[in-house]
Ligand binder design. Structure first.
Ligand SMILES: NC(=O)N[C@@H](CC(=O)O)C(=O)O
Ligand SMILES: [Zn+2]
Length: 421
């Protein structure tokens, strides 16, 4: 199928007619192309998420690769990296290949499995990183996300091991001894509410340790969901020294604060916890100046019984795929080059996903892209989301930016704001 995106603006530039044929951007008009009226629409390279929880295998009641893929495509994504904290854990070639195959079958986004660093995420014994790397799933990112690789010797070994195949360790930075029993950010609000706090230093101490380890062994480190101003400063210094470290922030940490815990609605319970307004300001600045490379969703679907209960019993995590771009647009405004870099180009580079995050002005670029209507706003209705779960913190909010269409290798996965296959 060939397409003509008529009058589309690539990253905010003057409108052009963009032809797609045989999976790539065509340099010349194509006869018989299906016309998509793209007047007023912005074309971005397809978004790439380096941090998605798809819950399959094991918790298909919360999400499946298929439902998560639908949510991703509707959110403008063409590739997502699926975290390893499934059941069974994605710590063998067999499990990562299964997830990869399920992604192919759904066919809506490229699902790139992340492999666990340690067996069962238990933090004791290194998983078969090499077997996962050489499997059909071609794993390059390894993470025990949900848990921190707390043992410094194991972290060092893992960093050294993945160097051979240009892999990267994505660390969930949380010193477990400092967060025992933690329910929310440690600060004024936690004191007032009488909830056990998760101090900023529990994140900052691990990031400081890990950038030193990465520097020592010359390996690539990626820091998941950075949430504090102090973490930004540690990263800034490490990058200035030339340490091979990249970092992500979530849309919710760029917008929401710990004050939201005061209503005890567990939809706002997340790991790392929502922080203070000054942390939010520092994280925004870090995205602007590039100390934070990537906005990643940390899409964390949870079933109703795991979320709609008392705060202390609720699982941490929030949905993200269908609201990420609108939230980022509401935070930064129409800075399309910035958005394309932090949500597509940089994450594709970190994950090694060739063909994503490409230059849409170049003929021959794989046609992985999304069309956004920046003038349209919409109200978030949890029941209307494609995710199998409902735990969005944005219910009832009016957000700017509607995702109109998404193309994966030239095939429409979303048209008119609906899944197209
Ligand atoms: N972010 C969360 O609060 N939860 C994630 C795990 C994680 O990213 O730490 C989950 O798997 O639910
Ligand atoms: Zn995490």
């Amino acid at each position: 199928m060939a397409y003509l995106l008529k009058g589309v603006s690539i990253l905010g530039a003057a409108p052009v007619d963009l032809y797609i044929e045989k999976g790539v951007i065509s340099g010349k008009p194509v006869d018989g192309a299906t016309v998509v009226d793209a007047t007023g629409l912005i074309a971005l390279p397809g978004l790439v998420d380096v941090h998605t929880h798809l819950r399959e295998p094991g918790r298909e009641d919360a999400e499946t690769v298929e439902t998560g893929s639908r949510a991703a495509a509707l959110g403008g994504y063409t590739a997502v990296c699926a975290m390893a904290n499934t059941s069974p854990v994605a710590d063998t070639a067999g499990v990562v290949e299964q997830v990869w195959r399920l992604g192919r079958e759904a066919g809506l986004v490229d699902v790139q499995p992340i492999g666990a660093v340690t067996v069962g995420l238990a933090g004791k014994q290194m998983a078969e990183l090499g077997a996962m790397a050489t499997s059909a799933a071609n794993v390059r990112i390894f993470s025990d996300d949900g848990f921190c690789v707390a043992d410094p010797k194991l972290m060092r070994r893992a960093l050294e091991y993945v160097k051979a195949f240009d892999g990267v360790i994505a660390q969930h930075a949380e010193e477990p001894r400092l967060t025992e029993g933690a329910q929310m950010h440690e600060g004024e609000v936690s004191t007032r509410l009488g909830l056990t706090g998760w101090p900023a230093v529990a994140e900052e101490a691990i990031i400081a340790r890990d950038v030193l380890l990465a520097e020592h062994v010359g390996s690539r480190l990626h820091v998941c969901h950075v949430s504090t101003a102090g973490s930004v400063e540690v990263l800034r210094q490490a990058k200035a020294r030339g340490v091979r470290v990249t970092a992500e922030v979530t849309p919710h940490h760029l917008l929401l604060t710990d004050e939201l815990a005061a209503g005890y609605d567990p939809v706002f319970k997340v790991n790392p916890p929502l922080r203070t307004a000054s942390d939010v300001a520092a994280l925004r600045q870090a995205v602007l100046d590039g100390v934070i490379d990537v906005v990643a969703t940390d899409h964390a679907p949870h079933a109703v019984q795991d979320k709609e209960c008392e705060w202390s019993y609720a699982r941490p995590g929030m949905l993200g795929l269908e609201t990420a771009l609108p939230i980022v647009l509401s935070v930064f405004g129409p800075q399309w080059d910035l958005i394309a870099d932090r949500m597509s180009i940089a994450p594709a580079r970190i994950a090694g996903l060739d063909g994503h995050g490409g230059d849409l002005t170049q003929a021959g670029t794989p046609a992985n892209l999304t069309l956004v209507d920046p003038a349209a706003s919409w109200v978030v209705d949890p029941a209307g989301l494609a995710s199998r779960s409902r735990n969005t913190p944005y219910a009832g909010m009016t957000l700017p930016g509607r995702i109109v269409a998404t193309f994966l290798r030239g095939e429409a996965t979303v048209l008119d704001g609906k899944v197209a296959k």
